[in-house]
Design a protein around this ligand. Structure first.
Ligand SMILES: [Zn+2]
Length: 355
């Protein structure tokens, strides 16, 4: 506090003023040198690519009828002219893949924007079974029931069946909001979660993993957890805070931790706030809340980007580095799920029977 006083007292006394200006210059030079050193020292680690929440590229599709049927929930085909009115209802769709997933959906849906959204929403589910760029093949069959959700044009898939030629099997998932859970999730027929969960990971509660680590195609260096702004973010292991906010334009508020046992670097990006405890140099115990998730930097929705790399820069997949699990519904929640699953998949089945 004392050191700052000369600047704040710049005023009518010329002597005091010149002393103050001299001091300010000195502080400026020292600060500049320190920042230069800091930047030079810390520019080595890999730059994070744009986060997954980026808008979906419009698919290139030639409109044609390819055996797909856009229907209402009770299996009735909706005439073209009425589709706009039906947009706010639960709908179902069955199609054979021709070309990419995006192109196949664009062909069957009247609105390119809706097709884009559905492609993205579907991609987040299929990613747990197959690689959408490599494994989606001609004549694969997709059946879904979906509905609009509150918010700007989002869609939610309620039930899904995907028959893969390459894998020789049909995958299925059903959306279910378990009693007491903050978010609905996707489950397989036996009531097991579709997504893997990290045990004692950086975030307890989130809606969905919206992007996995992917080093092919659109490269993404970490895993994205879609969550509400303000969700606590923890240090999963005992860790030293290495740096904070080194590239805010791209990463938003960001934090770099080094796990004490493994020496692995963990990056948390797009944070809403970094808590005061997360000061560079400080060591925090496993489970300590160090920040709050947010939507800062190059990000279009609140989420936590969690990225791991060795000090050599080699990236690690968080779902391989951490212990993981898939939770299973039990008791009355499982019973309620089974009813919902059966009801929705009976409807999907009837879609198939229409052929
Ligand atoms: Zn990300």
């Amino acid at each position: 506090m004392f050191l700052l006083r000369p600047i704040s007292t710049i005023g009518p006394n010329p002597n005091r003023a010149s002393r103050g200006i001299g001091f300010a210059l000195l502080v400026g030079v020292l600060l500049g040198t320190a920042l230069g050193f800091f930047a030079g020292h810390y520019l080595v680690p890999p730059a994070a690519p744009p986060c997954p929440t980026a808008p979906v590229t419009p698919p290139q599709a030639t409109p044609s009828s390819d055996g797909g049927v856009l229907t209402s929930i009770d299996g009735e085909t909706i005439p073209d002219g009425k589709q706009a009115d039906e947009k706010n209802k639960v709908r179902s769709l069955r199609l054979k893949i021709r070309g990419s997933l995006a192109a196949s959906l664009a062909r069957e849906m009247k609105e390119a924007r809706e097709a884009n959204i559905l492609t993205a929403v579907l991609g987040r589910l299929l990613v747990w079974w197959l690689d959408a760029t490599r494994d989606v093949m001609r004549d694969d069959e997709l059946k879904i029931i979906f509905e609009p959700v509150a918010g700007p044009g989002e869609l939610r898939i309620l039930a899904l069946e995907y028959t893969s030629q390459k894998m020789g099997k049909t995958f299925s998932a059903t959306y279910f909001e378990a009693p007491g859970a903050s978010y609905g999730r996707y489950y397989s027929a036996d009531g097991q979660e579709l997504e893997l969960r990290i045990i004692d990971g950086p975030i307890d509660d989130y809606e969905q993993v919206t992007e996995l680590m992917n080093m092919a195609g659109r490269r993404h260096h970490g895993v994205d957890f879609k969550t509400d702004r303000g969700t606590p973010v923890r240090a999963p292991f005992r860790a030293r805070i290495a740096r904070r906010n080194w590239s805010t334009r791209r990463n938003g508020n960001c934090l770099d931790l080094v796990y004490m046992d493994s020496g692995v670097h963990a990056l948390f990006l797009h944070l809403d706030k970094i808590l005061p405890i997360a000061r560079p140099g400080r060591v925090v115990e496993a489970g300590t809340v160090v920040a709050l998730a947010g939507n800062t930097g190059r990000s279009t929705a609140a989420h936590l980007h969690y990225e791991l790399h060795k000090s050599s820069g080699r990236l690690l997949n968080p779902f391989e580095f951490h212990k993981t699990e898939r939770l299973k519904l039990e008791g009355s929640a499982l019973s309620a799920f089974e009813i919902q699953h059966r009801t929705l998949h009976d409807k999907l089945q009837r879609l198939g029977d229409k052929e």
